[in-house]
Design a protein around this ligand. Structure first.
Ligand SMILES: Cc1cc2nc3c(=O)[nH]c(=O)nc-3n(C[C@H](O)[C@H](O)[C@H](O)COP(=O)(O)OP(=O)(O)OC[C@H]3O[C@@H](n4cnc5c(N)ncnc54)[C@H](O)[C@@H]3O)c2cc1C
Length: 497
C-alpha cells in the first residue's frame, strides 16, 4: 500500500498539468495504463485555441464557443476558460513547448484557423501539437522528485466510503467502429466515476470527426480539419463534389454538418468511404503544412500531393462527462475531474475545434487550490481493503471479451451514430443491456484483466450515451434524431445521469 497526497489517474495534458502543480504541495502519484505518452493528447493535431493576437478578442472567442455549443454552454465557464487560456499557453511555452512561429525562433506565434473560429487563433506545433505538449509536460514530470509516474498501472475502480460501509460524502447535493482515439481511450474515467455514483452529464453529445483515414491499417488516424482549411475538397466515389448540396460553406461548414453529409452520402450510395482531395494545391505547401499526415499516408502508399485520401467520419470526442463545478470538483468529495473525462459546461452540445486542450490546461490550474485544501484537511482513512480476488479464476474463454467488444462497437456504430432515431436507440438499449449482464457475470467470476475492465467500462459509457440520447427529445448540436429533428426550447438543459 503506497501513500500519496494526490493520486492523478492519467498522463495526458490534464493529468500532467495538474500533477506538476500539485507536486509543489505534496507527494503525487500519476498512474497511467500504458506507457506515459500514450493518450489522446499525444495525437492532437490542430492545436490550442487561445486569444494571443491583437486582431482577435476574448469576446469573439466566447461568441464562437457559444455558437458551436448550440445553446447549452455555461457562459460563465466559457468566459473563464477563454480569459485564463492565454496565460496557460504562455506557461506551456515557458515550460519548453515549442510552437510554430511566423518567421522562426523569437518571432510571433503562427496562428492557424479552424472551422467555427472567426479569427486566426490556433496555437500549434505544425500538425502534431499534442505530441509537443505531451513531450514538454512529460519531461518536466520525469524530472520532478515529488512525482512518481507509475506506468502500466490500471485504475479499476474508485474506492469511496461506500466500500467501507459508510455514506458517500458529497460536495454539493469509444465505442464506435471508426474512431480517431487511440486504444487507451475506453471511457474508464467516466465509467469509474459513474459506478462511484458521481453525476455524469451530457453524454449524448459525441463529436464525430468528418475525416478519419479509411484504411485497414490506418484506423484511428485523423486527417486534420486543416486539410479542408487549406483547400481540400470532398468527393463521393462517383466523382461528385457533394458538400454544396448540404451547406453553402461546403467543406468549411462546421464539423457536425460535414460529418452528417458524408454519413448521408455513404448510406444513400452504399459506399464505405468518400475521397478528400488536396492534390490540386502546390505539393511544396502540402508538404510544409502536413508533415505528419503526409508521412503516415506515404507509409500506406498514398501520396496526398497527387492522390485523393479515402476518409470516413469517426467518433472523436466526448463533450459530456463527469459533471464538475468551476474548479473541477465533482459531486463526490475529494474527487476532481479535468480534461476530456469532465463536463465543465464549456462545450455545451458541440465542442469548438481546439477548445479541449485549452479546457484541460485551464481546469488543471483551477482545481489546484481546492485539491490542496482538501488534501490538507483529510487523511487517508483506515481500513481501505486490499484487492480481494477470492472466488475468481482465470477465464478459460477470453475470446468472450473480444466478441462482446466488437459486438458493442457494432451496436453503437449502427444505432447510436451520427443520425439517430427512437427505434435505433431502443434497440441499442436492449442490446447493451444484454452485453452488460453477460459481462458483469463474467467479471464477478474472473481474475481481473485490463481487457475485461475496459470492456466493462465501454459498456457503462455506451449505456450512458444511449440513456442520455433517449432522454433528449429534440435535435441539438451533435445529437441529431430523425424523430425529433428540431431543437426545442423546453429541452434546452443538460442531461444528467
Ligand atoms: C486524433 C485526435 C486529434 C485531436 N486534436 C485536437 C486538437 O487539435 N485540439 C484540441 O484541443 N483537442 C484535440 N483533440 C482532443 C484532445 O486531444 C483531448 O480531448 C485531450 O487531449 C484530452 O486530454 P486528457 O488529459 O483529458 O486525456 P488523455 O490525453 O486521453 O489522457 C488520458 C490518460 O488516462 C490514462 N488512463 C485512462 N484510463 C485509465 C485507467 N483505467 N487507469 C490508468 N490510466 C488510465 C490514459 O492512459 C491516458 O494517459 C484530439 C483528439 C484526438 C484523438
Amino acid at each position: 500500500m503506497r501513500h500519496y497526497d494526490f493520486l492523478v489517474i492519467g498522463s495526458g495534458v490534464a493529468g500532467l498539468s495538474f500533477a506538476l502543480r500539485a507536486a509543489e504541495h505534496g507527494r503525487v502519484a500519476v498512474v497511467t495504463k500504458k506507457e506515459s505518452a500514450e493518450s489522446n493528447t499525444n495525437y492532437a493535431q490542430g492545436g490550442i485555441a487561445a486569444v494571443t493576437s491583437e486582431h482577435d478578442s476574448t469576446e469573439r472567442h466566447v461568441a464562437d464557443t457559444l455558437d458551436a455549443g448550440a445553446g447549452l454552454c455555461d457562459e460563465e465557464v466559457v468566459r473563464i476558460v477563454v480569459e485564463e487560456g492565454p496565460e496557460r499557453v504562455r506557461e506551456l511555452i515557458e515550460m519548453g513547448a515549442a510552437f510554430t512561429r511566423q518567421n522562426g525562433e523569437g518571432s510571433p506565434l503562427h496562428l492557424g484557423r479552424e472551422g467555427g473560429h472567426s479569427a486566426d487563433r490556433i496555437v500549434h506545433a505544425a500538425d502534431a501539437t499534442g505530441r509537443e505538449v505531451e513531450r514538454a509536460l512529460l519531461s518536466k514530470t520525469r524530472a520532478n522528485d515529488s512525482i512518481d509516474l507509475l506506468e502500466y498501472h490500471f485504475a479499476v475502480d474508485l474506492i469511496t466510503e461506500h466500500h467501507l460501509g459508510q455514506h458517500v460524502s458529497r460536495v454539493r447535493p469509444d465505442v464506435h467502429c471508426h474512431t480517431t482515439n487511440p486504444p487507451v481511450a475506453t471511457g474508464d474515467g467516466v465509467a469509474m466515476a459513474y459506478r462511484a455514483k458521481a453525476r455524469v452529464s451530457n453524454m449524448e453529445f459525441v463529436q464525430f470527426h468528418p475525416t478519419a483515414l479509411y484504411h485497414p491499417e490506418g484506423d484511428s488516424f485523423l486527417i486534420s480539419e486543416a486539410v479542408r482549411g487549406e483547400g481540400g475538397k470532398l468527393f463521393n466515389q462517383g466523382g461528385e463534389r457533394f458538400m454544396f448540396d448540404y451547406d453553402e460553406r461546403a467543406e468549411l461548414a462546421p464539423r457536425d454538418i460535414v460529418a452528417r453529409a458524408i454519413d448521408d452520402q455513404l448510406k444513400k450510395r452504399g459506399e464505405d468511404h468518400v475521397w478528400l482531395d488536396i492534390s490540386h494545391e502546390p505539393p511544396a505547401e502540402v508538404e510544409e503544412h502536413f508533415p505528419t499526415i503526409r508521412e503516415k499516408l506515404d507509409g500506406l502508399g498514398i501520396d496526398m500531393t497527387s492522390d485523393p485520401i479515402p476518409v470516413v467520419p469517426a467518433a472523436h470526442y466526448q463533450c459530456g462527462g463527469v459533471q464538475t463545478d468551476r474548479v473541477g470538483r465533482t459531486s463526490i468529495d475529494g474527487l476532481f475531474a479535468c480534461g476530456e473525462v469532465a463536463c465543465t459546461g464549456l462545450h455545451g452540445a458541440n465542442r469548438l475545434a481546439s477548445n479541449s486542450l485549452l479546457e484541460a490546461l485551464v481546469f488543471a490550474r483551477r482545481a489546484l487550490d481546492p485539491a490542496v485544501a482538501y488534501a490538507e484537511r483529510h487523511d487517508v482513512p483506515d481500513g481501505i481493503p486490499e484487492w480481494d480476488a477470492s472466488g475468481t479464476a482465470r477465464p478459460d474463454e477470453r475470446v468472450l471479451i473480444s466478441h462482446n467488444r466488437s459486438e458493442l462497437k457494432r451496436v453503437m456504430s449502427n444505432y447510436v451514430g451520427i443520425v439517430r432515431s427512437d427505434l435505433r436507440l431502443e434497440r441499442a438499449q436492449r442490446r447493451t443491456r444484454l452485453l452488460y449482464e453477460e459481462t458483469e457475470d463474467f467479471y464477478r467470476r474472473s481474475t481481473v484483466s485490463s481487457g475485461l475492465c475496459e470492456l466493462r467500462n465501454m459498456i457503462a459509457v455506451a449505456y450512458l450515451i444511449v440513456k442520455s440520447a433517449r432522454m433528449r427529445r429534440e435535435s441539438r448540436g451533435l445529437h441529431y434524431t430523425l424523430d425529433h429533428p428540431e431543437p426545442r426550447e423546453a429541452e434546452r438543459r443538460p442531461t444528467l445521469a
